[in-house]
Design a protein around this ligand. Structure first.
Ligand SMILES: Nc1ncnc2c1ncn2[C@@H]1O[C@H](COP(=O)(O)O)[C@@H](OP(=O)(O)O)[C@H]1O
Ligand SMILES: [Mg+2]
Ligand SMILES: [Mg+2]
Ligand SMILES: [Mg+2]
Length: 394
């Protein structure tokens, strides 16, 4: 099978490439408008979480600007080809600090709990001092250039505290924000796809999610894209209210829907770019059994969920190697973005993902994502393939 590696084109988005103007930009979209009555009418819960969603969009957009700046510097200085991870660390920490800062600032009256990937312990020791200074400068530069927070100036201590807000354990009671400040670190380093992924849990249930994907083309990735394609997508979803996508520069949003295909022969499937993160052979076996003809499309990060929510591909397969435990921040935002766009996200046994158990997901083997029509046959193909694998390893 030939393999389709998705690269962000252009790899370094020039600021002018991120500007779209008004409605004109949307004639550029191949994204389908909602066409299937799969979701019920908006529930009463869609009336709430309005200000939380607005805050989450602001936070993810500001953090995306910081990440874009670091990725450009990283690629220009060619550091990405070395094993020096510090610029990524700087972006991860900076993004987490910014999201934490913006959420607290926007929602001052609510108790604030954040489950996030990074913590500040490495920055609190002497050898982390210089990195901390760089993060604080990056955070302040980003705030100074932002529309809403240009008067803010954080100290090193403020930055450490903002990062450490992310130490919450989550769980089934109350509200918890869930953040991956840069999902797809390896993609970020390569100049490919990554995402800032932010979700809100309420009583253990994901009620809203935002995915900022600074390098994802605004048009479908399944088209041949050229260096003229605009990149930078913000996906957002609220329970019962559907999924929308807008350019990261803030132009108007468009409602999106997963692919309506019932025929696996027309479906393409996504998987991790990194073979260490997901068993590519197993995915190929499953796809073949299902009747998928197209080669896999390999993309880093939760950009896969975003792309699937607008119908770029119809299936996402994720089968980590034995012993790996999935974290909630790697799936919470992506999960609601796909579900609200009419899709289904389950583990390999067909169970919905449970985000109420703390920082980890307890899963049966893997994660599978598709539309409602294809899910029964996909689940069957997954079960058969896993059974065959078990027998052959005896
Ligand atoms: N051995 C492994 N198996 C599965 N997932 C892994 C992994 N090692 C890291 N990951 C997760 O895979 C995420 C990236 O997903 P993808 O493979 O879809 O690009 C990483 O997120 P971070 O980049 O935020 O650390 C990390 O949490
Ligand atoms: Mg991640
Ligand atoms: Mg991360
Ligand atoms: Mg990480």
């Amino acid at each position: 099978m030939a393999i389709n590696y998705l690269r962000a084109v252009p790899k370094i988005p020039h600021p002018s490439n991120l500007k779209l103007t008004g409605l004109h930009s949307f004639s550029f979209f191949k994204t389908r408008r909602v066409s299937l009555p799969i979701r019920a009418a908006a529930t009463s819960s869609s009336m709430s979480y309005e200000k939380e969603l607005a805050a989450a969009k602001k936070a993810a957009s500001v953090a995306a600007r910081l990440c874009q700046k670091v990725q450009q510097a990283l690629l220009q200085s060619d550091v990405h080809s070395k094993s020096d991870k510090s610029p990524v660390t700087v972006a991860d920490y900076g993004s987490q600090a910014l999201v934490s800062f913006v959420l607290e600032r926007e929602l001052p009256t609510e108790s604030f709990s954040l489950v996030a990937e990074e913590d500040s312990s490495d920055l609190r020791i002497d050898s982390g001092r210089e990195t901390l200074e760089r993060i604080t400068k990056l955070v302040n530069d980003t705030l100074a250039n932002s529309d809403y927070y240009s008067d803010s100036n954080l100290t090193n201590e403020d930055v450490l505290r903002a990062i450490d807000n992310g130490k919450s354990e989550g769980g089934s009671c109350g509200r918890h924000w869930v953040l991956d400040p840069i999902d797809g670190t390896k993609g970020f380093l390569r100049g490919d796809q990554y995402a800032i992924a932010l979700a809100l849990l309420d009583e253990g249930r994901v009620v809203l999610g935002v995915l900022a994907c600074p390098n994802l083309p605004l048009t479908s990735i399944s088209n041949q894209h050229s260096s003229h394609d605009k990149v930078g997508c913000l996906f957002f979803a609220k329970v019962g209210a559907g999924t929308y996508m807008q350019p990261l520069d803030g132009s108007s949003p468009l409602k999106v829907h997963v692919s309506a295909t019932e025929n696996p022969e027309d479906a393409s499937f996504f998987e991790s770019y990194e073979a260490a993160h997901s068993m590519h052979d197993l995915s190929s076996t499953i796809a073949k059994k299902l009747g998928v003809k197209a080669p896999p499309v390999r993309i880093d990060s939760q950009a896969k969920y975003g792309a699937l929510s607008r119908g770029d591909g119809a299936i996402y397969l994720r089968f980590p190697h034995k012993g790996y435990r999935e974290k909630i921040w790697d799936h919470a935002a992506g999960c609601i973005v796909v579900i609200e766009a009419g899709g289904v996200v389950t583990d390999a046994a067909g169970n919905p993902l449970d985000f109420s158990k703390g920082r980890y997901l307890d899963l049966e083997t893997g994660i599978i994502v598709t539309n409602q029509k294809l899910m029964p046959s996909l689940l069957k193909a997954v079960k058969e393939s896993l059974e065959e694998e078990k027998v052959s390893s005896l």
